[in-house]
Each structure stands twice: as structure tokens, then as C-alpha cells.
Design a protein around this ligand. Sequence first.
Ligand code: FAD
Length: 498
Amino acid sequence: MDKKYDIAIIGTGLGGLICGYILSRKGYKVALLEKNPQIGGCLQTFKRFGVKFDTGMHYIGSLQEGQILHKLFNFLHILDDVKVSPLDKNGYDVISLAGQRYKYASGYEAFMEALSCSFPNNRRDIEDYVARVRQIAASSPLYNMRNISTHTFIDADYIKTSVNEFIASVTTNPVLGNVLAGNLPLYAGVKDKTPTYIHALINNFYIQSAYRIVGGSDAIANSLAKSIRSFGGEIFTNCEVKSCICDDNKAIALNLTNGERVEADSFISNIHPHKMLSMIDSRLIRKAYRDRINALENTISNFTVYIKFKENTTPYLNYNYYFYEEGDVWRANNYDAEKYPQSYLYMHQCHKENPQYAQSAELIGYMRFDEVRQWTDTTVGSRGEDYKAFKEMKAQQLLSKLEESFPGINTAIEGYETSSPLTYRDYTATQDGSMYGIIRDKNFPTQTLVSQRTKIPNLFMTGQNINSHGILGVTIGAAITCAEFLGLNEIINEIDKY
Ligand SMILES: Cc1cc2nc3c(=O)[nH]c(=O)nc-3n(C[C@H](O)[C@H](O)[C@H](O)COP(=O)(O)OP(=O)(O)OC[C@H]3O[C@@H](n4cnc5c(N)ncnc54)[C@H](O)[C@@H]3O)c2cc1C
């Protein structure tokens, strides 16, 4: 490893890779350091039973020409390397609520029409909902690649209002209200906390168009890595950063667990801010800042069953199935462990474009870290027999609940693997295996926003904990981080050419 760089990036999650891409393309000498053997963070995949499974990127939106992710993927030169398959336009998400199914259809008109079929007396409410979601998304210059003259990225009203308050202002029909919030596992929504803009930006993103990635989300990471290398950037795997060394004014080097030291003029952390601060022992990080970041609450984690089907047994389900046993979707986050699971998300994986049969699926339920806390000091592969028994019990609970919605599905299963909050904690180093990092809270809007700037002038942050999570939130967040080097409007103008 060359030991001196312009910019050293800690972590190769989506945020780190996009920063690596943008900055190396601009001529910076960049090094990315990844603790795992595989790059990508949540874009990592793994193989079991001869099938590749995604771990944290299942479907993406707004990929039609002219839509925002198309523009961003074009700018990132990803379009040629990542194959996608459109989800069912008549219902890309199906919300199963207390035994009834409701569809989200692709395109604003189709979305309104499909829901109005289920709620004919609430057509006006549904139209109002779509109009307001569109208006919120349109009001963000960053999400529309418009030049920014102020630092207002989104209208304050939508930061200070919760999703449930917003939905209640749209409709008084409680069933429709729950259906409109039905895909909240996409952002681990918390009642009276999650700000409206998160829901609106995500739903606007998927309503426009929705796709599965064909053959695994690692294609995104691999494409970005290929470009970074072609621009002269370097990526090092099995390189865990242990500490960040500072002099009196700034960060100067990173110490790795393998004993190596990497120097750079600037540093970008793509890891959880809490974890990053734990690596810095410097008076530049004041106690008040450290305490504030460490006190921030994180989104819930999950328990996933990765399913391999027997060949040609299971017709490919071209939609995502959000299941709620009862009518209140907001209780999912606060589930009763005794009655596990009261909700889940079920998705088939797409191994080729428009397959007739599914090879594999993922069945995801929320899980609080508390449920696995007793194994907190264990590591991957050696957590003991009681942990294995716990995982088997949870998998069986999820699979029997799935059987109620899809009778016969269990007989089609050839094998399955599971992951828990500990798995995510140990692979991506997120706090308590949190799915999407720090919770944004409409009651404390500024306190729960983490800036890309730190108290160390040449150390910046990126990834899902700044701006927002998901393919769009992290990509925009990476642009915000890179703006510290290049200027935000310069980046926006460059992206807008695509
Ligand atoms: C179960 C699940 C499903 C999801 N589904 C979707 C979806 O369908 N669509 C969507 O848009 N988004 C989805 N997301 C969200 C999305 O995957 C994430 O928001 C995004 O990928 C996070 O990227 P990141 O840049 O913050 O980095 P991360 O993915 O968190 O990566 C951080 C990287 O840093 C590395 N690292 C940590 N510590 C160190 C260290 N000390 N030294 C070196 N390297 C280190 C880690 O190994 C990791 O590679 C999902 C997330 C989860 C968990």
C-alpha cells in the first residue's frame, strides 16, 4: 500500500464507494479501506445452496430515463453493469393488512387508480396524498439536481411533522392511513418520530418506477470499484481501521489493525459516527459533541430468512409483500416478542430478467438487538448452540406465518440460512445491527441530523447516517460530502449533464 493519499476513505459501503468514485474521477489520489474481505457494506452478497443472496439492497426506484436514479446511475457509469427487472406495474408493493391485500401501482395515475379501487370513497384523499408527496419531493433542490442557493434542502414543515401526522392530515380513513404507511419497513418508521420528508422522498422514488436488481446488488459495488480503479483510486480489503490519529489541528493518519499506517490530507468516514468517534482520542472532539452523537438512537434491526426453493416449484412473485397481522402498521416497530412475528416483508430474488420460477426469496422481520444481547460478545460462526436454536425458532415462526399467506410454500423450500442483528453488527459495524442507522426525529430535527462535517476540519462523514439511507439517500449524501472538496453546485451541474 502506498502510504500517503489525498483522501483516505474508511469503509466501502455505498457512500464510501460513491465518494471514491466522484473524487478519484476529479483527480484526487484516493484510498478506500474496507475491514471485510468483500466490498460494499449492505451491498454485499453471500452464496448458500449455490444461490447468491442480497443482504441490504433489494429493490430500487426511479430508474426510467429522465428519473432521478437513472440520472445518478448514468453519472456513476453504473447503468451498463447493473441489470434490473421491473416489478409488477399493477402492484410493485402489496400491503397485506389484517387479511386484506392492497396494491401500490407504478406511476402517479396508476397508484391513485389502484388505491381508489380499494377505497372508492377516498379518491380525493388519495389524490391529495400523491399531490403532496410529489410537492415535497419537488421542493428539494438536491433530489431534483437543481442549483442550491441556500442551505435549505427541504421545507421545514416536512422535517417537523411526523409521517403519521402527515397521513392523518390527508385522510380520516384509518385503513387507508395504514395502507399508505404500509411500506414503512423501508425506513423503519417510528410513530410520532419519523419526519414526513423521509416517507415522501422514498414513496415518490418508488411510485415513479420500481425494479429488482438482477443477479445481486454486489453488481453496484463492483461497478463503482471498477471505475474507481480506472481513475487511479485504490481499494484495500481486509484492512480494518483501528484508530484515527490527530495532531493539534487535524487528522493525520489512520492506524490499521494489521499494524499498517495510512496518511492522507483528508479523511472520509463511511462508518457509523458512533464507531468513528470511538476511534479518535483527540481534544478536537469535544465531550459535548461526542455525547450528542453517542446518545442518538438507531433504527431497529432485523432477522432474515434466506430461502432457496426446489427447482421450478415456486412461481416468481414480481412484487414485495408487506404483511401485518393486525390493522396498525405502526405497532410493527414495537412488536410483542411473545407473538412473533406480527409483521414481515417477503421478496423473491431475481436471478434473471422476468424469470418464470423463483430460485430464492428473503423473509425479513424486525428484530430488536435486545433479543440477541446475551450473545453480544460472540463472533460470526462461533456463537454457540443456544444461538443456533434461537435462530431456528425465529425462522420457523416466520416461515409458519408465511405459510398462512402462501399455502404450500414451506414444502417448496430446499434449504434456508438466517441472519440476526448480530450478523449486521459484525458485517457492517452498524450500531446494534441497526438497519438504517440513526433515527431522525421530528421532535429534535436538528439534533438528530448528523452533518458531513465533524469537529476535525479534514475529517468528513458520509453514508446513511448523514442525509438519509437507501440507494437514493446515500448517493445524495455522498454528493453532499464530496461538495466539501468540489462545491455542491459543481457536482449538481456535472450530474445534471446526464
Ligand atoms: C436488510 C436491509 C435491507 C435494505 N434494503 C434496501 C433496499 O431494498 N433499497 C435501498 O435503497 N436500500 C436498502 N437498504 C438500505 C441501504 O442498504 C443502506 O442505507 C446503504 O447501503 C448504507 O450504505 P453506507 O454507505 O451507509 O454504508 P454501509 O453499507 O453501512 O457500509 C459501511 C462499510 O464500512 C465498513 N467498515 C466498518 N467499520 C470499518 C473499519 N473500522 N474499517 C474499515 N471498514 C469498516 C463495513 O464493513 C462496510 O463495508 C437496506 C438495508 C438493510 C439493512
